[in-house]
Design a binder for this molecule. Sequence first.
Ligand code: KG4
Ligand code: ZN
Length: 336
Amino acid sequence: MLVLGIDTSCDETAAAVVKDETVIMSNVISSQGIHLEYGGVVPELASRAHLTLLLPAIESALQKTACTLEDLDVIAVTSGPGLVGCLLIGLSMAKSFALSLDKPLIGVNHMEGHLFAGRLADPNLKPPFVALIVSGGHTQLVHVRHWGSYDILGATRDDAAGEAFDKVAKLLQVGYPGGPIIDQLAREGDPTYIAFPRTYLDRDQFEFSFSGIKTSVRTYLTKQSAERIDRDLPHIAASFQEAVVDVLVDKTIAAAKSRDTSSILITGGVACNSRLRDRMTAQGAEHNVRVTIPPPILCTDNGAMIAAVGSFYFIQGRKDELDLTVNPRATLKTAS
Ligand code: KG4
Ligand code: ZN
């Protein structure tokens, strides 16, 4: 079974081919450099870029697999959540292929895609487990009862963790996207240099809030000279990162305990963060919890995770109609 997966939910134009549910045959991701000068994703520019980048990405994904469009069994595409104009480009393209080739179409929830990245990285990852989906648009703790059956334990009340990384990087004027830059800077810094606040909200609940830490960084910066900020950049980056990682790690471990599970998945763009990966792995060992963190290429947005979800539902007999629409605010739901 060969499944084409397409993701155009944000600023990555992604296409991949997955064989027999978990074997990645190709995974092409075209990052859109155009947003760099704006310090964030410009939705209009992103959809226009998808329009030019998607077809070459699909062609390249097929070429790498040495298969043709006719060889595909299913076309899977992200239908939400994401930026409406961007989602529309992917869905329209997928529908054209499905119609012209007479292939089944399956619309995929992007968040479910991030969960299935765990299955691609480790086919032995078996539910039940607790997943932390931590990206530029979302920060969510989910109890995965079975593949396809989810219980949302908590989400962010304001900024997503990745958004906090990106906004703090903007405050520090170090570039975009902020996550990888802060991660890099922080390697040379002292995480205890500044005690930025950790927002736990209710300790027994699994909601997050990251807008406070961003404000704390801003307040801290207004009190420092430009020279000092320049000199202390690695320390500021490391201290900010440590505060975010502390909350993510503590809440995830607590969520796993609350659900009596000894398996955790960390996924989404921020799961590329080296400090989060190290701390989560160490905490997992200490608490006797199995921790799965996919390789960075599967943590950020990609088409393989979408193909993996499509494969799962296709086997269960699902097929969407050509009147399928995008849902920019789609939430993770248990399949009916
Ligand atoms: O999952 P993703 O590719 O797209 C969304 O669905 O949002 O995540 C992108 C986010 C961005 O905010 C980016 O700054 C963050 O992931 N990110 C990181 C790292 N690499 C990417 N954050 C922290 N450390 C990193 N190494
Ligand atoms: Zn994502």
